[in-house]
Ligand binder design. Sequence first.
Ligand code: AGP
Length: 611
Amino acid sequence: MCGIVGYIGEKRVVPILIEGLKRLEYRGYDSAGLAVVDQGRMVIHRSVGKIKELENALWGTSLGGTLGLGHTRWATHGRPTEENAHPHTDCTGDLVVVHNGIIENYLALKEKLLAEGHFFRSETDTEVIAHLIEKYLKVDRDIEVATRRALNDVTGAYAIGVLWKGDPGRLVGAKCGSPLVVGLGQGDFFFASDIPAILNHTRNVLFLNDEELVVLTRDGVQVTTLTGEPVQRPVEKVLWSPILAEKGGYKHFMLKEIYEQPRAVRDTIRGRFSEEAGQIFFEGMEALDEALPQIQKVILIACGTAWHAALVGKFLLEELCRVPVEVDYSSEFRYRDPVVDPQTLVMAVSQSGETLDTLAGIKEARARGCHTFAVCNVVGSSITREVDGVLYTHAGPEIGVAATKTFTAQLAALYLFALYFGRRRGSLDAARVRDLLADLVRLPQQIETVLHLDTELERLAHLFHTKSDFLYLARGITYPIALEGALKLKEISYIHAEGYPAGEMKHGPIALITEEMPVVILAPKDKVYEKILGNIQEVKARDGIVIAFCTEGDLDLPRKVDHCLAVPRTSPLLTPVLLAIPMQLLAYHAAVRKGCDVDQPRNLAKSVTVE
Ligand code: AGP
């Protein structure tokens, strides 16, 4: 996610902004910039790459000023370039904006502003905010009023900082859906995306709520609602260390990212559909839209956790688009001499967009004349530059090596893609899409509900963390989640675990069952529920320990197993998302209990860019 730092006071602002941005580096970024008002001039510096590049650009400038904004950009709309780096300005260059979030209606606003004579310098959604404020500033001549009016025009998620050369005594911030914390120093005042950016200057902070606006002056801080009503926010004392602050108070980045999943899914689907119209909108589909109705086969290629997401994607695409889907490990696909043709769509699923085998697989597919597509979390990554179209997950950077929020964001993205593809192929009508979207809209809140199982999962992990082997069983669309649960346990706690289709038990794995073997069984109320009950009996008949996950309201299953946790009822097509969360938490707590390095497990890299 992007990082924002704002300062007003008596100290030289540039070192404060640079140091604050460095404290936000953990949020991930691809470019950085800052703007200060120095001797009546608005001075802006922006650079692609690390903050060091920005420091190099500032070297020797002896830039003064005690008022400014800094920003680190994690690209969502528009490639990582200097033009797209923040701060963004209005037409005059006298007003700057920095932003973290997604403006859903920016295209419509941009067209209107262009028609009113504004000219744009970037591809970003953010720049629209600067021109909206400029438009209202011409009328109100007050930066706070103009910002308020501009924000009433936008829909989406934002945390913004606004600075105007015409009023060097005020810094304006606002928040809706993205974080902004205000720091109260000794005669100087701050706001930032997260506490680490200001912790070296003050531990006295206040947190804005959504649709609130803050004005910093050299005399203090004033918080109001977007409609202008004053608001009293309590000042809180931050007791965290800087390191703990980077993890948002969580013990590990992995746990923080597990808890970020409601937001990651919400941001991934945000602005990409109209529930009432039963429509899905993706950007950048021009090259593919014409080909989609003629596609005869889809091949999903991926590695690791992304491969598990691809397996769920197979169920989604085959059920909703009635198109045959193969799923292949990228490392297998690229050497398999696959039977493909121009009516084949090869889709890469990759969080990093840099996995070498997946990149090579896409290049192989292109060389054979296939259409290509990617679901990816990193704008401008290698895979995204090779394909005909990209659907970005907006999970934000994932620091923990074990994929969590990017996995559930991939599932949400694949679900949306299946709706889009189904509409194009005529296998879904608007009414059916409306129903399917209604299930999707409820998902982030249901993920929040599942996160309440954390304590119970910690208890189970403590019960079984000394076991040497686990078996994970499921059927149908939740079978990939059994595989994912086993992978999570293996990769962070180093306990051996295998995921298996439950129907395969009699063909071998049943020989493994003993009273020492914990067997995790996913048993949601779906069309294969009765079959999975039979598998539970098979395990229990051999004294296996069954840890089951069922659908809320199932009163029968708890009586048949040793431990049973329930997840909310949703469409069977979205149940994999809800079941993934307890898989992640069970593995996390087992690893913590074993004293493993949860964020940096041995032998593993976040992105496998070698064969
Ligand atoms: C998952 O927890 C692992 N970190 C790993 O399996 C990962 O999913 C795999 O390397 C694929 O990475 P990608 O999504 O960046 O392509």
